[in-house]
Design a protein around this ligand. Sequence first.
Ligand SMILES: CC(C)(COP(=O)(O)OP(=O)(O)OC[C@H]1O[C@@H](n2cnc3c(N)ncnc32)[C@H](O)[C@@H]1OP(=O)(O)O)[C@@H](O)C(=O)NCCC(=O)NCCS
Length: 187
Amino acid sequence: MGATINGSDMVSGDLSVRLAARQDLEPLRLLMDAAISELLRPFLDEEQIASSRLIMGLDVQLIEDRTYFIVEADGELVGCGGWSRRATLYGGDRTPGRSPALLDPQVDSARIRAMYTSPSHVRRGVGRLVLARCEAAAREGGFRTAELMATMAGLPLYRACGYVPVEQVEDARGGVPVPLMRMRKDL
Ligand SMILES: CC(C)(COP(=O)(O)OP(=O)(O)OC[C@H]1O[C@@H](n2cnc3c(N)ncnc32)[C@H](O)[C@@H]1OP(=O)(O)O)[C@@H](O)C(=O)NCCC(=O)NCCS
């Protein structure tokens, strides 16, 4: 990780990472929308993609907790993702059944949350970069394991980064069942 310039930690090539702030909300929503529309298409039908929108997306709590990161390339938002010390495993602001309860790092797994890359910037290491940053922060927070709920689009990234499947899930809260995989990694 390189020097800090203007609040951004300069990292590899033209990519930089910084904490997300409230003024990033609208660009973040647009990025997530594009990623859900385009990158889930090889794995899900249109109904499942519509259903996914209700069980995925932005969780403003992560921004307030200062655990949500943005990746920029030459100042353009190209990716995002975060981690959490709260119980909610996945889902956006509109997803039912969320829990803000604080986890115990001694016994619980940190959550990896809401990873999205702009369709114009996939396979350039953006997801890997955010994930490494989240894992480092969770480790610093005392967590020994990390857990996440993977979409079918996210599965290859998480496998490549050392996460192992622990439970196959179907979430029908958005209307039709959407396949998901709960995964875990020792930090
Ligand atoms: C999942 C997602 C964030 C991955 O982002 P990304 O920036 O393209 O990922 P990276 O470039 O860091 O990929 C790192 C490694 O993961 C694996 N990987 C990532 N995407 C892959 C794909 N579509 N097919 C196969 N392997 C893939 C590869 O091993 C890759 O390394 P390589 O490119 O050197 O082979 C992106 O596809 C996305 O936004 N998907 C839609 C939203 C979503 O479902 N998010 C997950 C929520 S759980």
